[in-house]
Structure formats: structure tokens, C-alpha cells
Design a binder for this molecule. Structure first.
Ligand code: ZN
Length: 203
């Protein structure tokens, strides 16, 4: 399986990082070794001093497809989970300024936390999915799928022009505003609506 992540997909987050609104979806990838499941703790890596949380809705692909048009895209995913796209912001800033690829900042081990449970799409209002991240009981990020610059189906259309999507692939759909650093002993709890999707610690 592969993990595809959309960057800069919520206007307020694009602004907080001082970037321009993209004209088409921006995507990058993480390897399968990035997956962090089962509420296992996230161990802070020693190569970053500014390791950020990015809470994101995650699509799970359950059908093989290539060149999928927007109007058929909803046939390719039936459930939505919640994850964290952990980002070494200091490394990302340095790589961006040099025009280099982001893998060191984005694709490291355990950088893709994912909920064990995925919610069936038919139980959700796709254009109005509220989600949030609490750290130590305090809400730090709040988003709604309604605020995405590129919606789920546009994302799938765009990615599948370039990559064949396969069953089990995960697509992280971008983070809303409020990203910030995590610290040892922080407790991260992610919600879709009121439903607790993950609950784990930074170690
Ligand atoms: Zn992200």
C-alpha cells in the first residue's frame, strides 16, 4: 500500500505557513513504514526541534483505478478515517528554501498516525465532516471538509492522472489551521464529530 498526502488544502492553513493558494492539488507521499496504528505512542525523533501535528481526514481506497474522473471518484472509497501527518517543520522549511524534496521532513517512520476505525461514507455528510484534534484536553485544530480547497473527488481525479490507486492506499486530505509542535508527554485525541478516533501519547 502507499500513502498519499495533500498539502495546502485549507486556506487558513496555507496562510499560516505563508504560502500561496495552489491552483491544483499538491501531493506528496510517505512509505508504508510511516504508518502508526493502534494508538501506539509516537516517539519524538532526534532530527527535529519543531515536530508538528497536522490532523487530517483520511480516505481509504478500496478499488483499483487510474484516470478516475471526478464524477466516478466516490466509487473508489467507502470509508473515512482520521490521521496525523507528522511534519518536521524545521526540516521542511530548510528543504523548501533550497527547492529540495520534502521526504526527510514528511516520510520518516511513524509519521502517518491513523485511526483503527474508519467510518462508512454513507454515515457521513461528505461535504460537512467536522473533525478536531485535542492536545492534553485542549482543542488545537478544528476543521470541516466543507473548507477544503479541493474536495475528495477532485483529489482522486488529480492523483489518479499520475498514479494508479490500489486497494488499501490511504489519502491524507490536508490539514486545517492550528498546526503546532508536539512535546513529550502530550496526549493527542482526534475526533470526527464527537466520535473519538484515536488517542495516543508523544514519548
Ligand atoms: Zn498534511
Amino acid at each position: 500500500m502507499k500513502i498519499i498526502c495533500i498539502g495546502q488544502n485549507y486556506a487558513k492553513h496555507v496562510k499560516e505557513l505563508n504560502n500561496d493558494i495552489p491552483e491544483e492539488p499538491v501531493f506528496f507521499m510517505k512509505p508504508d513504514t510511516a504508518i502508526l496504528r493502534k494508538n501506539n505512542p509516537f516517539y519524538l525523533p532526534d532530527f527535529s526541534n519543531d515536530l508538528h501535528h497536522e490532523v487530517e481526514l483520511v480516505l481509504k481506497i478500496d478499488k483499483l483505478g487510474k484516470n478516475i474522473s471526478k464524477s466516478f471518484a466516490s466509487r473508489y472509497y467507502t470509508s473515512i478515517g482520521l490521521g496525523i501527518d507528522f511534519t518536521a517543520r524545521d526540516l521542511q522549511r530548510e528543504l523548501r528554501s533550497k527547492g529540495l524534496p520534502w521526504e526527510k521532513a514528511k516520510a520518516f517512520d511513524s509519521s502517518a498516525a491513523i485511526s483503527d476505525e474508519f467510518i462508512p461514507v454513507e454515515d457521513l455528510e461528505k461535504n460537512d465532516i467536522a473533525f478536531s484534534l485535542d492536545i492534553n484536553g485542549e482543542t488545537r485544530q478544528e476543521g470541516n471538509s466543507n473548507d477544503m480547497i479541493f474536495g475528495f473527488d477532485e483529489i482522486i481525479e488529480h492523483i489518479s492522472k499520475y498514479l494508479t490507486l490500489k486497494q488499501g492506499d490511504l489519502i491524507y486530505t490536508g490539514t486545517p489551521a492550528g498546526v503546532g509542535p508536539v512535546r513529550i508527554d502530550d496526549r493527542l485525541q482526534g475526533f470526527i464529530g464527537d466520535k473519538l478516533m484515536f488517542d495516543f501519547w508523544i514519548k
